[in-house]
Design a binder for this molecule. Structure first.
Ligand code: AHR
Length: 660
């Protein structure tokens, strides 16, 4: 008898009294003897500013190059009323000035000279346009210092035909630098709008830090984060939030490494840095990719707190990206790097009387952020890494013994570099090691048993970056296919089964800007107005929202379910929800009948819920069909502590059975 059906392509789940000729597998689940605890951190999120994930993405600022600090100072700004060479400038012109030594964080500003009554303008084109929504009032701000004469600014939101969809006027009332604010209410919804500043009057004014924010940010925080993107993360109920990467931690060279101290304090004093993905891939050049750090370490800790996720920062260990320059800091000059790590812990947790704890308080968060973990280095390898890791480990543990340290095994999940790192780190009794798997889907299916025979006394595992690559690592042809997502689900049953050693796991990268990404596949895609979760996102979400508290055994006879008959399964007990949760992958392209017998001293509810993800193996979600692959829920009858379900072809099913 079928209780409900809302399922794609006529796939279904049913209580099947007769399974017909379909293959049938019997699984037994032992609830009464949990085999391991599941860490609350188990399923988390990896964030890196790649694919315009921060500036142009999560950080809701709409103006690109707001401080004229890009290497081309008027990048993203179009001038009207002059020619490109500034020779024909009867209407007006802009000169870029440099404050020099008086400001090393924001040296440049623009001096705009207007010779007419409104023929000269500067238009900011945002991040491939600005997503503007009808009826919302946008917060415009800019610093202005009148230089001579009398000039004021008309600010307009314009659509791609230059039609005005909202405006405001800014007049100065001071001779010194002052921040002026105005509100612009949009009369239309436009995906690729621009901000046009027209200079009216005769004379010149200096302008800097031109900013435009939507009002509908996450929790309506001024200068905050894009709400639709945070919501997608929030819905995952992530156990942790890794930040800021990824290779961005390392930098192309050491001078371009991520330095957290440059990302806190007044947002206008955070020095701009080139984004290392700006020039990384010749086939995906993004010369306009810089980091303003508007989403810096304070905002990161706040975001983690809002998501209910444990913060997990990864810091430079003094080695720049080894695929790039591989520049290393000499051992006798490593102290500032180590000090950065110690100071970050103080910033997150320190008393408000300490230097960095006070800054946290001054920024608005007197309570500690409860940092408990810290990563040393991203994808480093070789003896240079081990040598530097040891110094960090000693310094951190001697001051903060309770902080768990995460060390890295390099970019690959096997091979010489990996073997060297794991053997060295094991010998050093490293607590948690970070492994990365960017591999074809087949690898993920085959590695569902990867940790079944792992040394239980060895370091714990952080599956810190993984994603099935449909074509090849970082190929621009990679797609977020259902095949990839399904293979990840199969692999994740192996991580869950081994939750005694696997303490954290996160898909990577997280975000991709539809027009300007550098790396694919990504968990979530967005454009200026909308966003959607991929099939991989729904897999992650099904695991993270059903993490449970204890691993329970799921057996086929006496065997783990890790590929026999192309089935993969794991199970958890949830102490809080008093629920048995099973995750089953049917990697067959045909239906499969599953009988599940639950051994439990408790009574089981008479109905279980089954959430199914399934579809064509090549199917992908897209802006046009954002939920081509999405979960469908139905109910299944529980009789005499047994259920019978028909697994659709190529499917992930999460079965939840409440106990009484
Ligand atoms: O996730 C994209 C990149 O892949 C990360 O920056 C890096 O750590 C890995 O190589």
């Amino acid at each position: 008898m079928i209780y409900s059906r809302t399922f794609l392509n006529a796939l279904f789940i049913a209580i099947a009294c007769h399974s017909g000729a379909q293959p049938t597998t019997l699984l037994t689940v032992n609830v009464d003897k949990p085999v391991a605890e599941v860490q609350p951190t188990m399923w988390g999120i990896f964030f890196e500013d790649i694919n315009f994930a921060a500036d142009g993405g999560l950080y809701a600022e709409l103006v690109k190059n707001r401080s004229f600090e890009f290497d081309v100072p008027l990048m993203a700004w179009n001038e009207e009323g002059t020619d490109r060479f500034g020779m024909n400038n009867e209407s007006g012109f802009t000169t870029i000035l440099n404050r020099g030594a008086t400001s090393d964080t924001n040296p440049r500003f623009a001096r705009v000279t207007s010779n007419s009554e409104g023929s000269y303008s500067l238009t900011n084109t945002g991040f491939y346009g600005m997503g503007i929504k009808k009826g919302l009032s946008y917060a415009l701000s800019m610093y202005i210092r009148p230089h001579d004469g009398n000039v004021y600014v008309r600010a307009e939101l314009v659509d791609d035909q230059q039609r005005v969809i909202g405006s405001a006027t800014i007049r100065t009332d001071d001779r010194e630098w002052k921040r002026y604010q105005a509100s612009i209410t949009a009369t239309e919804t436009i995906k690729k709008a621009s901000l046009k500043l027209t200079f009216i009057g005769k004379g010149s004014i200096d302008i800097d830090i031109v900013s435009l924010f939507p009002p509908d940010t996450w929790k309506n925080k001024p200068g905050g984060l894009r709400a639709d993107l945070v919501q997608l993360l929030y819905d995952m109920k992530p156990g942790f939030l890794r930040f800021p990467g990824g290779c961005i931690v390392e930098g192309r060279d050491l001078s371009q490494r991520y330095q957290w101290k440059n990302t806190v304090g007044d947002v206008n004093d955070r020095p701009l840095l080139i984004n290392r993905w700006n020039t990384e891939f010749r086939h995906r050049p993004t010369p306009d990719y810089f980091q303003t750090f508007g989403l810096g370490f304070y905002e990161y800790f706040e975001l983690a707190e809002d998501l209910g996720a444990a913060p997990l920062p990864i810091l430079s260990c003094g080695i720049a990206c080894q695929f790039n320059t591989a520049e290393v800091v000499p051992m006798d000059q490593i102290d500032p790097y180590v000090q950065d790590a110690l100071d970050l812990i103080e910033f997150a947790n320190g008393d408000v009387t300490t230097k960095w704890g006070r800054l946290r308080k001054d920024m608005g968060h007197p309570a500690p952020f409860n940092l408990t973990m810290l990563g040393v280095g991203n994808e480093q390898w070789g003896p240079q890494y081990i040598e530097r890791y040891i110094v960090f480990e000693r310094a951190i543990k001697s001051k903060y013994p309770h902080i768990k340290i995460i060390s890295g095994t390099g970019p690959f999940p096997d091979g010489e570099l990996f073997d060297y790192a794991t053997s060295e780190l094991s010998a050093l009794h490293a607590e948690i090691i970070d492994e990365h798997y960017y591999r074809p889907p087949l690898w993920f299916f085959e590695n569902a048993t990867r940790y079944d025979h792992y040394d239980r006394k060895g370091p714990k595992i952080f599956a810190g970056e993984y994603a099935a690559q449909s074509v090849a690592i970082a190929s621009p042809e990679n797609k977020n296919t259902w095949r990839c997502a399904l293979s990840e689900a199969a692999f994740m049953t192996g991580l869950e089964r081994n939750a005694d050693v696997v303490h954290l796991a996160s898909y990577a990268p997280l975000f991709g800007h539809a027009g300007r990404w550098q790396w694919t596949p990504d968990l979530i895609w967005f454009d200026n107005l909308s966003s959607y979760g991929t099939a991989n996102y729904y897999v992650q979400k099904l695991f993270s929202t059903n993490a449970g508290t204890h691993v329970i055994s799921v057996l086929n006879g006496t065997e783990k379910v890790a590929g026999q008959n192309n089935l993969y399964a794991s199970g958890v007990w949830d102490d809080n929800r008093r629920e048995v949760i099973l995750k089953i992958v049917n990697a067959n392209e045909t239906p499969h009948t599953l009988m599940v017998k639950v051994s439990s001293k408790n009574r089981l509810d008479s109905q279980a819920t089954a959430t199914v993800l399934a579809g064509d193996l090549n199917a992908v979600n897209s802006f046009q069909m954002p939920t081509a692959i999405k979960p469908a829920e139905s109910t299944v009858e529980v009789r005499r502590k047994s259920i019978q379900v028909q697994l659709p072809p190529s499917s992930l099913i999460v079965i939840k059975i409440k106990t009484m």
